[in-house]
Design a protein around this ligand. Structure first.
Ligand SMILES: *Cc1c(COP(=O)(O)O)cnc(C)c1O
Length: 364
């Protein structure tokens, strides 16, 4: 009765290793729903990647999104834990800061000058990266603030682990922007040490990183990667639901929570997977462009009657919801003339992995 992610383990691990080889110093990112795999599984997999001994620093740190995610990964992975959400003097960041067990492994992200002062007052030995604002405009220090912070750190003693740059998703090249930001970093005069020459970056391609490594040979780049690491080889992943029930209907028969009536004869299918799994009303578009839509209309216009495309497909054909998805199951309408799957049959589902909660993840 479940929504299942089946992973071709060998293929997936080959992709993970390959990605780690292409991105020396890789920092895997495990956050949110764990990209569909769960945080715990990604933490164990990051430990495995580290144990492959690909490059000295590869996977020696794991990045989580928030402080509340730390308990999910801390026991399953032994290295450093970078928190991507900037430290603030409130909420779960404070609990984590106070946790002496975790303190040595934690790397905080600091994005405001006052937060650095506050953090170091609470925990002078805290490890941290300084986030420099980018064109993303999410969090980060301005060039001027970075200078001021660098000056305040020159007294020594602070555990600076580098500068963090969160870049927008690749549109064209980031090299010019990173060049400009690294000039700021050099100009700021951070206290000497590896931290002054380490840059934790997001969303740079392998080619961009190569270019940057040539241009900035003194710097160490730490690529933080989630999506293209865990989800980069889609052919290693298969998502399926199970047909739980099948009902023949005639035109005009009522069904569902809303007493809707069947527009023509066919079958109602009850399949596993609903809102609790993140199954949404509208299937992610992709292969259905304008022409595809026009084709759907021409083929009988069920969607013109308010039937919405579902992410479930049978025999390679995407099927319509008979009504909006329920909590853990969905009702599909299968028009007469189509092959009717049997109860227990598995059907394919197209999902966005970052919003989907699977009942089972099977890695073979
Ligand atoms: C989520 C996140 C990443 C990883 O992003 P992907 O697109 O999944 O690779 C990297 N850096 C930061 C700051 C993030 O929040």
């Amino acid at each position: 009765m479940s929504l299942t992610l089946s992973v071709d383990g060998e293929r997936w691990r080959t992709h993970l290793r390959g990605t780690a080889e292409r991105f020396p110093g890789l920092v895997p990112v495990a956050k949110g729903n764990g990209y569909g795999f769960t945080l715990g599984r990604l933490a164990r997999r990051t430990q495995w990647l580290h144990d492959q001994e690909l490059a000295p620093t590869t996977a020696d740190a794991l990045a989580v999104g928030t402080y509340t995610e730390l308990p999910e990964v801390a026991q399953r992975y032994a290295g450093s834990l970078l928190v991507l959400t900037p430290w603030r003097p409130f909420g779960p960041a404070l609990d984590a800061t106070a946790d002496a067990h975790l303190a040595r492994r934690l790397v905080h992200t600091v994005s405001r000058p006052e937060d650095l002062t506050d953090l170091l007052e609470r925990r002078p030995e805290a490890r941290f990266v300084l986030e420099r604002a980018t064109s993303m405009q999410r969090h980060g220090l301005t060039a001027r603030q970075l200078w001021a912070v660098a000056e305040s750190l020159r007294g020594g003693g602070a555990h600076l682990e580098g500068v963090a740059l969160h870049l927008p998703l690749g549109q064209g090249t980031h090299v010019t922007e990173v060049d400009r930001l690294l000039n700021d970093v050099v100009g700021a005069g951070l206290p000497e040490g590896p931290g002054a020459r380490t840059v934790w970056v997001s969303h740079l391609s392998a080619a961009e990183l190569d270019t940057l490594r040539h241009r900035w040979p003194d710097f160490t780049f730490r690529p933080r990667i989630g999506t293209s690491l865990w989800l980069g080889d889609r052919d290693a992943l298969r998502v399926h639901a199970t047909v739980l029930d099948v009902h023949a209907v005639e035109r005009g028969d009522a069904f569902g929570y809303r007493g809707r009536t069947a527009p023509k004869s066919g079958h109602l299918l009850v399949v596993s997977g609903g809102t609790a799994h993140g199954i949404g009303l509208e299937a992610p578009t992709g292969d259905l462009g304008l022409r595809g839509r026009a084709g759907t209309l021409a083929r009988g216009g069920l969607d013109a009657l308010g039937f919405v495309r579902s992410p479930f497909s049978i025999d390679g054909k995407q099927r319509l919801f008979a009504e909006p998805p329920h909590m853990q199951a969905s009702m599909l309408f299968l028009p007469g003339g189509s092959r009717v799957p049997r109860v227990g049959e598995e059907i394919d589902v197209r999902v966005r992995f970052t919003i989907t909660t699977f009942d089972r993840v099977l890695v073979d």
